[in-house]
Design a protein around this ligand. Sequence first.
Ligand SMILES: [Zn+2]
Length: 325
Amino acid sequence: MSDILRVQGLEAKQGEKVQGYLEIAERPAGKHRIPVMLINGTGSGPTVVINGGEHGSEYNGPAGALELMKTIKPGDIDGKVIIVPMVNTLAFETRWMHGNPIDYRDLTGYYVPEIPRGGSGPPKITYYVTTTFYKEVLSQGDYRINLHGGDIEEDLLTGTMYRQTGDAKKDKLNLELCRAFGWEWIRESLPRKTSNPMKFPLTVGTEAGGMGRCQSDIVSEVVRGCRNVLMQLDLMEGEPVIPPKAKVYHPYHLYAEHGGFFISNVRSGDMVTEGQVLGVIKDLFGETLEEIVVPTDGVIHMVTSPAIWQGDVVYEIGKDIREVS
Ligand SMILES: [Zn+2]
């Protein structure tokens, strides 16, 4: 492995920290580029990518990344760290939920090997962001911390998350890294069949706060968690100090049968029991259209906007809760 850390034209030699821009694409009126920092430590440890803002209006993770950019010194690191605090700057600038107002695409669904060509319609800026970010940054990572949170309309349970692959060794390590981050709740998704040939780094996802706010106490926890993961991977000295136990759950969604005005009886983090009425959807004359009843015991992972369209997700629930130590 090369001693030099390179992202496009940026280069950090061992012991150097370099900041600059990841050049994404050309817009009609100029360039689209996003900030990136390279921290090349001493030693030959792995490469960790820390990114925030795939959804640009989820703020606590990116704010944590900004602090890490200022405080991590190359001398602290055995390996390499690449930080991209805000991948989806289009959403950040416009306070846009999930996607962006240029092409409406949600980055998380558009990591593809090649940008499709042809056809009229909206620009393909999301494809340029994902493919450039993947090619220049993610493909270099052995590990990734992917900082998310509840978006502007989401009341969301703070915790870490990962998706199982079916490879027991990999999945065990991934759960350990989620544990090391240090939060009480871990959202565990089951393996998904995919035909996408792209290889992604082993990823710890985070969900930190939500509802369009950025709060310094949550930001501090993000920073501590990222440092914990770097310690767990031996990129940083020290042992992560974490609670003795955490709780793991499997997520599922509850959907609205009717559009209307949604009023919730519960918040993220509330424990619920089978048969409990979680909320109600009314029409704009005040008539109740439906009650949302939870089919399993669980924890509320997400509560969404009061403005509900037929078929929307109203809640995400965590079930099959188990304790891990
Ligand atoms: Zn997100």
